[in-house]
Design a binder for this molecule. Sequence first.
Ligand SMILES: *Cc1c(COP(=O)(O)O)cnc(C)c1O
Length: 376
Amino acid sequence: MNLPSQPILLTPGPLTTSERTRQAMLRDWGSWDGDFNQITARVRQQTLRIVHGEDTHECVPLQGSGTFSVEAAIGTLVPRDGHVLIPNNGAYCQRIAKICRALARRHQTLDYPEDTQVKAADVDRALAADPSITHVALVHCETGAGVLNPLHEIAMVVAKHGRSLIIDAMSSFGAIDIDARQTPFDAVVAASGKCLEGVPGMGFVIIRRSTLEQCEGNSPSLAMDLYDQWVYMNRTTQWRFTPPTHVVAALDQAIAQYMEEGGLEARGARYASNCRALIEGMAVLGFRTFLDPAIQAPIIVTFHAPDDPNYDFKTFYTEVKKRGYILYPGKLTQVETFRVGCIGHFGDSGIPGAVAAIADTLKAMGIKQVSAKALA
Ligand SMILES: *Cc1c(COP(=O)(O)O)cnc(C)c1O
């Protein structure tokens, strides 16, 4: 087997980036430099364009991993006397509840099992029952198990009740359609190192302009105050504190390639094709998916771990890595699983190659029983 020089990351961020994106980091930029600040401006415009929010929204970038931007969005948008409803079908929803707790923002969860979608009708009922709820914080693609939540239906319900919607679209932004002209939302949060295929290190929050204008003084944090970051950036064209210059330059290059590829439609189609090839290839080996295909997002797939005494994730991971691919552990509490990402810059041979590496690993580990149920 001809091994790639570095393994392909089949993880939902950090992910495999293109040579061109990595090349963009081979240069240092000053934070005051006009050329660098033009790059920042371009990244803000382009990300806004991806959700068709140019007329209504503003893009506010922020240093840090995606969670920093989720926390900044909650802190900036939800006032001290706000009350957040969090539909909860997985780990990233629970993280939002943790953020609310840390920021001392009143909140409640609407709980679902990890293998089901959030239902708009339940959100409707919860909002009708409790007029004190001011915000709904929804995870679009729950990366924990890979569930795609019905964003548009939920957004319509939230708008009908006149509440504010904050979307964690970290693992869907750029690949699954979000259209500000049709789907009402106050904020959508995403990051550099997911479906836009940049490197990790910054997030951005796309916020309705009329909402953002009202957010002065909400944030309990200085560094994570998106209102302040926005005002400062508009006044000076600069980031408020030291920007992650190489990350911004790489994201700019990654977005240029995204547009050249054909934008959201092409990116979404490529990931959907990866996802199909993965599920089909793994099924041949006997692997069952944790989710019903009807609610599976084409971003990351959770598989049941093999039902064999010779299986353990660590060895499996190491053996697959030796063959050139990095997998991801499961994030479920109830059942033993592992996950395989469908996103990142790798060619058509990426997924078949990964499936072949997994097949070879099963043999090397002496695993015969992949799935008791599938064989039954
Ligand atoms: C990746 C991701 C995040 C951010 O996680 P970080 O570890 O901070 O990068 C948040 N929400 C979802 C749904 C994600 O997939």
